[in-house]
Write a protein that binds this ligand. Structure first.
Ligand code: ADP
Ligand code: ASP
Ligand code: MG
Length: 478
């Protein structure tokens, strides 16, 4: 049996969802489970609406709800125009959005967004998409049933970044999914979401549907997991930034996990754990180009494959600088700040703390920048003089991180020093640097507007471009 996961990019609109249905239909034969993300943009709108509700910005959260309503109705109207289910599915979307409205209203009354409230709102996108995708499959004469992640993946109560309790999750999946597979029904399962044993909705972290799919594949002891996205696999750099990036055709679990941990958006870092245990082959495939074989991730790759270093860039980030002007900075100031953000479910992508500079630089997603600054200024103003709290808000800068990662990690050529040398030629302003104990990777934090050019420069300078020879298993894209 196989598990197919489709990300938001593959579910962006009616046309894309129709292609996804085509991919699912063309792989029918054996048992198949499908895991879906929310439609592209839906989770961002939900989280923004929840924050707007907490801030009492009624018009903003109403606009978010309207976007969700219009987007899902449009897809239903286009894809289910001739389906007898059209009215029922529209009504189901409306019911889910009414529930969302009540949730947002309660958050507005409380004037505070708890991590638990955040997850209750954020998980709505996958419920909507699974409802729609299952109906589209049925309209194409496939037996399909949507299932909430909350019914299947039982987690701890770390809202915003929950972890599955595998034993109980395995039992739930055996009870609920296995019978459907045995009857030839395609379960269309909401990714990203789970629930505590008490039934409170949780989420597995942003972009967590990859992880959901891996958990489900592991519990079903699936023969393969295919993650469908909008690029031809894992490449030597984001192909939207470097058009001649090469596809890494075959990676070990450890190599893929490493790239994911450095922020290669294409694969969530927690995905590898569950598949490793059962040795489930994982492929990253392009739903826009389904004939391409993509990247294959296995325990033991073929020995003659050619490997390349990769450049992982992350944009849409903001740097917050906390600094004490009055010598009061302590290590504790940094741990407090990190704990405060972690407690609010905000992922800190990189930080560098300097006792000598009396400060901390933090990198968070831009959607979290203003919220992080607010949280930090609130906690700092409680503990420190007002001048310090004002400075936090002043020091927000749009940044990108660029990591250069050698693969495999025991290659003799020290990639970090090559990257420093290459970057020296490029003369970009480096805002912060992070390097762990090894010399086979390094991460630079640079101004956002310089990201694309810097990645292209490094890619060329490190000899990764398609014009630079090579071939073998890492043949160029397309
Ligand atoms: P999905 O909606 O399918 O989950 P994501 O946006 O999470 O898709 O991931 C796919 C995106 O990952 C691509 O569009 C690409 O821009 C980005 N990406 C970043 N680094 C890489 C890389 N090294 N190889 C491939 N894609 C990458
Ligand atoms: N919809 C969720 C997000 O946008 C999960 C996912 O797409 O994997 O983060
Ligand atoms: Mg993703």
């Amino acid at each position: 049996m196989i598990v197919d996961k489709f990300g938001g990019t593959s579910l962006a609109n009616a046309e894309r969802i129709a292609s996804v249905a085509g991919i699912i239909a063309s792989s029918r034969g054996g048992a198949q489970a499908v895991v879906v993300s929310a439609l592209a943009g839906a989770t961002d709108h939900l989280i923004a609406a929840a924050r707007a509700a907490a801030g009492g910005q009624t018009a903003e959260y109403e606009a978010g709800r309207r976007w969700l309503c219009d987007t899902h109705h449009r897809v239903v109207d286009e894809l289910l125009a001739t389906s007898p289910e059209r009215t029922r599915i529209r009504a189901s979307i409306d019911r889910q959005l009414d529930r969302l409205q009540r949730l947002l209203d309660s958050i507005a009354v409380l004037g505070e967004l708890t991590a638990r409230g955040h997850d209750a709102v954020a998980s709505v996108g996958e419920k909507l998409s699974a409802t729609v995708v299952a109906a589209v499959l049925r309209h194409r004469r496939m037996e399909a049933q949507s299932i909430c992640g909350t019914e299947l993946i039982i987690t701890d109560d770390v809202f915003g970044s929950a972890s599955p309790r595998m034993e109980v999750t395995r039992n739930r999946i055996a009870e609920r999914v296995r019978p459907l597979l045995d009857q030839g029904v395609v379960p269309v399962i909401c990714g990203y979401t789970g629930a505590t044993e008490a039934g409170a909705p949780t989420t597995l972290g942003r972009s967590g549907s990859d992880f959901s799919a891996a958990i489900i594949a592991a519990c079903l002891e699936s023969d393969a997991l295919r993650i469908w996205t909008d690029v031809d696999g894992i490449l030597t750099a984001d192909p939207n930034v470097v058009p001649d990036a090469r596809v890494l055709r075959e990676l070990s679990y450890a190599e893929a996990a490493r790239l994911a941990c450095f922020g290669a958006e294409v694969l969530h870092p927690r995905t590898i754990g569950p598949v490793i245990q059962h040795g489930i082959p994982l492929t990253i495939r392009n739903s826009f180009n389904p004939d391409d074989p993509g990247t294959r991730i296995v325990q033991s790759p073929t020995s003659d494959r050619r490997l390349w270093p990769a450049i992982v860039s992350a944009t849409g980030l903001q740097l917050l600088r906390l600094r004490s002007g009055n010598g009061s900075w302590q290590l504790r100031s940094a741990t407090d700040a990190l704990a405060r953000l972690g407690g609010a479910g905000i992922e800190v992508r990189m930080f560098s703390q300097s006792l000598s500079e009396q400060g901390l630089s933090l990198v968070v997603g831009e959607q979290d920048g203003a919220h992080s600054a607010q949280l930090l200024s609130r906690s700092l103003s409680a503990a420190h003089p007002k001048s310090l709290h004002e400075r936090v808000l002043d020091m927000i800068e749009d940044v990108a991180t660029v990591s250069v990662i050698g693969l495999p990690s025991d290659r003799p050529d020290r990639i970090a020093s090559r990257a420093f040398a290459a970057l020296g030629k490029h003369r970009v302003r480096v805002v912060a640097v992070a390097q762990a104990a090894t010399e086979d990777s390094v991460t630079f934090c640079i101004p956002a507007r310089e990201a694309g050019e810097t990645v292209r420069f490094l890619h060329e300078e490190l000899g990764l471009g398609n014009g630079n020879g090579g071939g073998g298993d890492c043949a160029g894209k397309g």
